[in-house]
Design a protein around this ligand. Structure first.
Ligand SMILES: [Zn+2]
Length: 300
């Protein structure tokens, strides 16, 4: 089955399979998002689907000569449009020689032929413009497949001539993961601070190593735990999702110490915004919390 890979949004899988089943895969496809490997795999699957000698419901059989050649990258009717050796980007000459001049040349072995652009995000606007005419009215046996990790690098005029399938929003996915990790790290820091040694605190802070953005997010989460700790004796609702850690801080720290921690977190956030050195920032993160706690212990 087409796009039989984990992580691809359900609606994309449904849409691709539906159009393959009716034998109507779009002539120009833009695959966006997902990881590079997945995108290439899906692009090749689409190519195999239209080049296969005996497709079943629009899906490549995976066994015929054509399918095997697509997989091996040796099918004469699958043209991967890539930069010339030693060059970083696809030149206008390549577009002319490999695409524009060959557009109406009949396929060699299969009934169709596919122009695959494995790194469409690197195509300059000039190159994309040079492709527009070909995209507009391709002969019926031609399919274009653009693989692109940054949709915003594609011209609207190109996007509008393609059917777009998203393989998942990696950015949203990684942001979500980071937010979860920040929540977890902030809670670990609070527990280490209340019960552990300076070494425990460093261990809890380890995920933030060389990750300025995670430090910033963790500082925000930790500031919320501190805020909850300060409000724990009132009727205010908990905001940090870490009630237990907030109560722990509340039981161990004076308001003065909590205020110091809150200020420290604000400082970390502003340093992180100003691109402070990551190693120094991490050490400031742990030492400022540790010092606030130490002052507390000396006081009592
Ligand atoms: Zn096949």
């Amino acid at each position: 089955m087409l796009f039989d890979q984990p992580g691809i949004p359900e609606e994309t899988v449904v849409a691709v399979r539906k159009s393959a089943k009716t034998g109507r895969l779009p002539q120009s496809v833009l695959l966006t998002g997902g990881e590079d490997k997945l995108r290439l795999l899906c692009g090749k699957e689409l190519a195999a689907a239209v080049l296969c000698d005996s497709p079943v419901e629009g899906c490549p059989c995976g066994k015929c000569k054509s399918c095997k050649k697509v997989k091996a990258g040796s099918h004469p009717d699958l043209v991967a449009v890539m930069p010339a050796e030693g060059r970083k980007t696809v030149s206008k000459e390549i577009i002319s020689e490999q695409v524009v001049e060959k557009l109406y040349v009949a396929p060699n072995e299969s009934e169709n032929k596919v122009f695959l652009f494995p790194d469409a995000q690197d195509l300059s606007p000039i190159i994309q413009n040079a492709l527009l005419k070909s995209l507009e009215e391709p002969p019926p046996f031609v399919m274009f497949v653009f693989l692109c990790n940054r949709r915003e690098s594609m011209l609207e005029t190109v996007i509008s001539r393609c059917t777009e399938f998203s393989l998942g929003d990696l950015q949203a996915e990684s942001k979500k993961k980071e937010a979860m990790l920040a929540l977890q790290t902030a809670a670990d820091l609070a527990r280490a601070l209340c019960g552990g040694t300076e070494f425990d605190l460093m261990l809890a802070a380890a995920p933030m190593q060389k990750n300025r953005s995670l430090m910033k997010k963790t500082a925000e989460c930790f500031a919320l735990i501190v805020r909850d700790a300060m409000a724990a004796n009132s009727d205010a609702a908990f905001l940090s999702q870490h009630e237990r850690e907030a109560l722990l801080l509340n039981s161990r720290c004076s308001v003065t110490a909590l205020l110091k921690m809150k200020d420290a977190m604000e400082e970390i956030r502003s340093y992180a915004d100003n691109n402070a050195n990551e190693n120094l920032l991490l050490s400031k993160f742990t030492s400022s919390l540790f010092n606030a706690m130490q002052a507390e212990e000396q006081r009592t």
